[in-house]
Ligand binder design. Structure first.
Ligand code: IMP
Ligand code: MG
Length: 369
C-alpha cells in the first residue's frame, strides 16, 4: 500500500504485466503498419512512460513526438475542454498513431480528433495502455487497447494523482476505503460494552454499528432488507447471515469516509466472522482487533442485579437467568476468541474498575494497532 497526498492506493498491475502488454502492443502495431514509417504521438504528461517503453520495443523505424494537454487535476476526469498544443510538424499523408496512457471519458480523444481533422493524415489510429469502458462516453474507435480496467482511479507508470505517482514503475488503484481502524467489541452482558463504545466512538471518531440498532432501523424504515429480515423474524426463524451482512454492508458504504467502525453484536459465529472479513476485504479494509471486556462472573451478576432493580428489565432481575446468559456468552464466544486469536487479533481487557480506567485500557490496545 502507498499513500500519495491524502489518499491510499493498493498494488494493482505489476511492472512485469505492463511490460508484457507493451510488448504485445508493439508487435501488433508493427505488423499492422507494414512498410510505413509511422509517427507515434504521445499525449503529455501521462504518456511519457508508455511512449518510452513502447518505442524501445518497436522493432522497425519510426518517428516519435509529443503533444500536450493542460495537466489533469484531481481524482475525477475534468469536464472542461482542454486543448492540445505542440503539433508543429506537417503530417500530410502520414500514418499517425496516438499513444495514450489511459482513456477514461474520451474527452481527450475528442480533442485529438478535433485537431487532426484538418491534418490530411493517411490514417489516424489510437492506442492506449489502459481503458476504462465504464467511463468511456464517446464512440471513437480504439484501435489498440492494452488492458481494460474498472472505473477506479489509478496511479503509476506515468499516471498521477495531483502530480504524484508518475514515476512508479507499477500501477496502483485507489483504495475503496481509506485507512481504517475496525474493531469488534465483545463482552458478556453487564460488561459495559455500550458505555465504552460511546467513549471510543468519540475518542477515535469511529462509527458504532450495533447489529441490534441496524436491524431496528431497517425494519422501522421498511427498507428492502428490513422487510426481508422481518419476514424471517415473523416466521420465528433466524435471519440468514447474508441478510445481516447486506445490512452491515449498507452501513459501511454509508460511512465510507469514516476512520473506522466498532462492530457490536456481530459476528457471533465463525461463519459470520468469515463473512465480516470478506465484507471488509471487499472494501479494501480489515478487522484490526476483537477487543473483549473481561469481567468476573460474580461481578457481572452483582452489576446486572443492580441494574435490574432500577431498569425493570425482566432478564436483569433473576439471578439464574443472568447466570445462564453469561454461560451462553462464553459458550458462543469461545469460538470467536479462537478465530481472532489465530490471527493475533484478540485482545482481552480487564473490564473491572472505573469507566475512565477501562477506557484507558481499551485505548492502550487501540493505540498500538
Ligand atoms: P479522458 O479525457 O477522460 O479520457 O481522460 C484522459 C486523461 O485523464 C488521462 O490522460 C489522464 O491524464 C486522466 N486520467 C483519467 N483516468 C485517470 C486515472 O485513473 N488516473 C490518473 N489519471 C487519469
Ligand atoms: Mg493523458
Amino acid at each position: 500500500m502507498i499513500k500519495l497526498h491524502d489518499k491510499f492506493f493498493k498494488p494493482f498491475i505489476p511492472a512485469k504485466q505492463i511490460d508484457e502488454v507493451m510488448q504485445r502492443l508493439a508487435t501488433e502495431i508493427a505488423n499492422d503498419v507494414g512498410d510505413e514509417i509511422p509517427i507515434f504521438i504521445g499525449i503529455l504528461n501521462g504518456s511519457f512512460m508508455v511512449v518510452s517503453d513502447f518505442v524501445k520495443k518497436y522493432p522497425k523505424p519510426c518517428e516519435v513526438t509529443f503533444i500536450k494537454l493542460a495537466s489533469y487535476e484531481g481524482v475525477k476526469s475534468t469536464e472542461d475542454i482542454q486543448r492540445l498544443i505542440g503539433l508543429t510538424q506537417d503530417l500530410t499523408g502520414r500514418t499517425v498513431i496516438i499513444l495514450e496512457d489511459i482513456i477514461d471519458t474520451g474527452n481527450t480523444l475528442a480533442e485529438v480528433h478535433r485537431i487532426f481533422k484538418n491534418e490530411n493524415v493517411k490514417s489516424l489510429k489510437i492506442a492506449t495502455l489502459f481503458y476504462k469502458p465504464e467511463a468511456y462516453k464517446k464512440d471513437f474507435k480504439l484501435h489498440y487497447v492494452g488492458i481494460e480496467i474498472p472505473n477506479k482511479f489509478i496511479v503509476g507508470y506515468g499516471l498521477d494523482y495531483d502530480g504524484l505517482g508518475r514515476n512508479l514503475p507499477e500501477v496502483y488503484q485507489i483504495k475503496q476505503t481509506q485507512h481504517m481502524t475496525n474493531l469488534v467489541l465483545f463482552g458478556p452482558p453487564g460488561a459495559g460494552k455500550g458505555t465504552q463504545a460511546e467513549f471510543l466512538k468519540e475518542k477515535y471518531n469511529l462509527v458504532h454499528i450495533s447489529t441490534g440498532d441496524v436491524f431496528r432501523f431497517n425494519i422501522k424504515n421498511e427498507t428492502a432488507l428490513g422487510m426481508l429480515a422481518k419476514s424471517f423474524i415473523d416466521k420465528g426463524e433466524l435471519v440468514p447471515d447474508q441478510v445481516t451482512i447486506d445490512m452491515l454492508n449498507a452501513e459501511v458504504e454509508k460511512n465510507a469516509d469514516a476512520n473506522g467502525f466498532i462492530f457490536d453484536g456481530f459476528p457471533r459465529t465463525n461463519a459470520q466472522a468469515e463473512s465480516l472479513d470478506k465484507l471488509m476485504t471487499s472494501k479494501d479494509s480489515q478487522i484490526n482487533a476483537m477487543i473483549a471486556l473481561e469481567v468476573d462472573d460474580e461481578i457481572l451478576v452483582e452489576r446486572l442485579l443492580g441494574r435490574g432493580k432500577t431498569s425493570g428489565r425482566a432478564d436483569d432481575a433473576n439471578e439464574s437467568i443472568i447466570r445462564n446468559r453469561i454461560t451462553e456468552y462464553y459458550n458462543k464466544t469461545a469460538i470467536l476468541k479462537e478465530y481472532y486469536s489465530a490471527q493475533d487479533k484478540y485482545f482481552g481487557v480487564d473490564g473491572v474498575g472505573s469507566i475512565e480506567d477501562i477506557t484507558e485500557r481499551l485505548s492502550a490496545v487501540i493505540d498500538k494497532l
